[in-house]
Design a protein. Structure first.
Length: 255
């Protein structure tokens, strides 16, 4: 199977024209300069080489199965769906698109059953286990097995930048207190501060959820690039105080 999907290196963020090095701050505190490549998408969460295809865009905890007749909804024709946070398909050349500005992009590729998924995981989507629901939807629709799926957790806000209140922290404490997450350390996901606020790690939370859903650790890639730490190159809702555009993640089966 030939799959058009993210070709990123998790220590790099590749953008547009092929000439100048771009500095990107990683969460280990190091700066990585990388040459930009021609023909790639500027300020996109994932860089894809799209030869051609039809696009369905996700603007809005439901996982929707996408067929050929759905192509263009939300872009070239009216959308007849709402409150959807995940898209799956096995249709070649049909591009799934999702948008972000600090929330977490989740990408899924099943090379065995020729299926893909693309989900948007903000704090509500994360605590609602949208990653797990996407895996389950791919299994029900296409017979995908979690151990066959390759998944990626994309650039989004890091724990150091993501301060939340008790109203957000409590649902995460409740979720990860369940028996199926007994091996998950809450200290790695939620840190309480002296001011009554918390620092939430959506990367680790989604990692725990995807591993719990059956994704193999060796099939899971996780970012170390924070949108809020890199506002010069990535749109961040928090860094810009809401004055921003959107980042986009795209996924497509080439054939």
């Amino acid at each position: 199977m030939d799959v058009s999907y993210c070709r990123w290196n998790l220590h790099k963020f590749i953008v547009d024209d092929g000439t100048d090095p771009i500095p990107v701050w990683r969460k280990d505190g190091k700066m990585k300069e990388t040459k930009v490549r021609r023909g790639c998408v500027v300020r996109s969460l994932l860089v894809m080489y799209i030869i051609s295809g039809l696009l369905l865009v996700l603007l809005a905890l439901i996982v929707s199965r996408v067929e050929k007749e759905d192509a263009g909804k939300g872009v070239t024709k009216e959308k007849d769906y709402r409150d959807v946070d995940g898209l799956i398909t096995n249709v070649p050349r049909l591009i799934l698109g999702t948008f972000y500005a600090d929330c977490v992009p989740l990408l899924f590729v099943d090379p065995v059953h020729h299926a893909i998924g693309c989900s948007h995981s903000g704090w509500r989507g994360t605590v609602g286990e949208i990653g797990k629901k996407t895996v389950e939807a791919m299994r029900e629709a296409y017979g995908s097995r979690p151990e066959d799926i390759f998944a990626a957790i994309g650039p989004s806000i890091c724990q150091d930048c993501y301060e939340v209140g008790k109203d957000v922290a409590e649902p995460f404490e409740k979720l990860f207190s369940q028996e199926r997450y007994q091996d998950v350390s809450m200290e790695n996901i939620l840190t309480e501060k002296v001011n009554g606020k918390y620092q939430l790690d959506l990367w680790r939370a989604n990692e725990a959820i995807l591993l719990g859903a059956g994704i193999l650790k060796e099939h899971l890639s996780m970012t170390d690039i924070c949108t809020c730490c890199n506002p010069s190159y990535l749109f961040s809702h928090r860094a810009s105080k809401g004055k921003r555009g959107n980042l986009a993640a795209f996924l497509m089966l080439k054939q």
